[in-house]
Design a protein around this ligand. Structure first.
Ligand code: ADE
Ligand code: ZN
Ligand code: ZN
Length: 258
C-alpha cells in the first residue's frame, strides 16, 4: 500500500515534466502519407528498399517510440528549437545538445553520404520524416521559458492541459479525422501553389512556424478555456501545416534520392 501511494505521488509529480511533446501520431502519419504521394518514382523505389517496404506514415512515429529507450536519450532535444521572442535563431546561442534545425540537416547529410550504411540511412530517414513534421508544429519552434508551451496551462473543453499539447494532439483529436482521411481531404493545390510551398529552405520553413507560434501566443491567454472558437480559428491551419510538411518532406526526399 505504501508503495502504491509513493508510486502515485511520484507519477503525479513526474508526468507533467514528461508531458508528451509530439504532434500526435495522427499529425506525423498525415505528413508521411502526403509526402509518400508526392515522391518521384526514383525516390519511392530507393525508400522502399531502405525501409524494407514500410510506409513513410508508419515510420513517422519512430522518433517518438525510441524516447522510451534510454539508449536514444541523445535525440530527445532534436525534436524542437527554441529561442526567445525578442531574439532570433541566428543571434541566440544554440543548444549544445542539438536542436530541430541541426537534426534535419544531420539526417539529410547521412542520407546524402554514399559511405553511410543501410542501417544508418534507414534510421536517419525515419527521424527525418518525423522532424519535418515537428518543424511544422508551431510550438516546436518556440521558447525555452515555458518549454515550448508545455508549461503554458490552458483548458481544452473544460479540462486542464497545456498549450503545447493542444497543438500536438487536442486540435487533431477534436477534428476527428484519421491520418488517411486528413491526407485524402488535403487541399487540392495547383502546380504553382505546390511549387510555392516547396520553395525556400529549411530555415525559411522554421521561421514560418515561428511566425505562427508568435500569433498563437498573441491570441491565447494562460488559463484560457479553449473550445469551439479555437477549433474554428485554427483547425484549417493545422491541416495546412500537415500538407506543407508532407510536400516539403517529399521535396527533400526527391532531391536526396534523385
Ligand atoms: N521542450 C522544451 N522546449 C520544447 C519545445 N519547443 N517543443 C517540445 N518540447 C520542448
Ligand atoms: Zn510536441
Ligand atoms: Zn517529435
Amino acid at each position: 500500500m505504501r508503495f502504491l501511494i509513493l508510486f502515485t505521488i511520484f507519477t503525479f509529480l513526474v508526468s507533467p515534466l514528461r508531458a508528451v511533446d509530439i504532434w500526435g501520431p495522427t499529425g506525423h502519419r498525415a505528413v508521411g502519407e502526403i509526402a509518400e504521394i508526392n515522391l518521384s518514382k526514383k525516390a519511392k523505389r530507393a525508400i522502399e528498399k531502405l525501409l524494407d517496404g514500410q510506409s513513410l506514415a508508419l515510420v513517422s512515429t519512430y522518433a517518438d517510440e525510441i524516447r522510451s529507450d534510454g539508449r536514444y536519450d541523445q535525440y530527445a532535444p532534436w525534436h524542437y528549437v527554441n529561442f526567445p521572442f525578442d531574439s532570433t535563431f541566428e543571434a541566440h546561442p544554440r543548444s549544445e545538445q542539438g536542436d530541430l534545425y541541426g537534426a534535419i540537416h544531420k539526417c539529410i547529410s547521412v542520407l546524402e553520404d554514399d559511405s553511410s550504411s543501410k542501417d544508418d540511412k534507414a534510421f536517419f530517414l525515419k527521424l527525418l520524416v518525423h522532424f519535418i513534421g515537428d518543424l511544422h508544429q508551431p510550438l516546436h519552434v518556440g521558447i525555452a521559458d515555458d518549454r515550448g508551451g508545455n508549461r503554458f496551462q490552458v483548458q481544452w473543453y473544460d479540462e486542464g492541459t497545456n498549450l503545447h499539447t493542444v497543438w500536438d494532439t487536442k486540435i487533431l483529436e477534436t477534428y476527428g479525422m484519421s491520418y488517411l482521411e486528413l491526407s485524402l481531404n488535403r487541399k487540392d493545390l495547383t502546380a504553382a501553389e505546390k511549387e510555392a510551398i516547396q520553395s525556400g529552405t529549411v530555415k525559411d520553413w522554421m521561421y514560418e512556424s515561428r511566425g505562427l507560434c508568435l500569433q498563437i501566443y498573441e491570441n491565447t491567454e494562460v488559463g484560457e478555456n479553449l473550445k469551439y472558437r479555437y477549433m474554428y480559428d485554427y483547425a484549417d491551419l493545422v491541416r495546412s501545416q500537415l500538407q506543407k510538411g508532407g510536400l516539403r518532406l517529399a521535396k527533400i526526399l526527391n532531391e536526396v534520392f534523385d
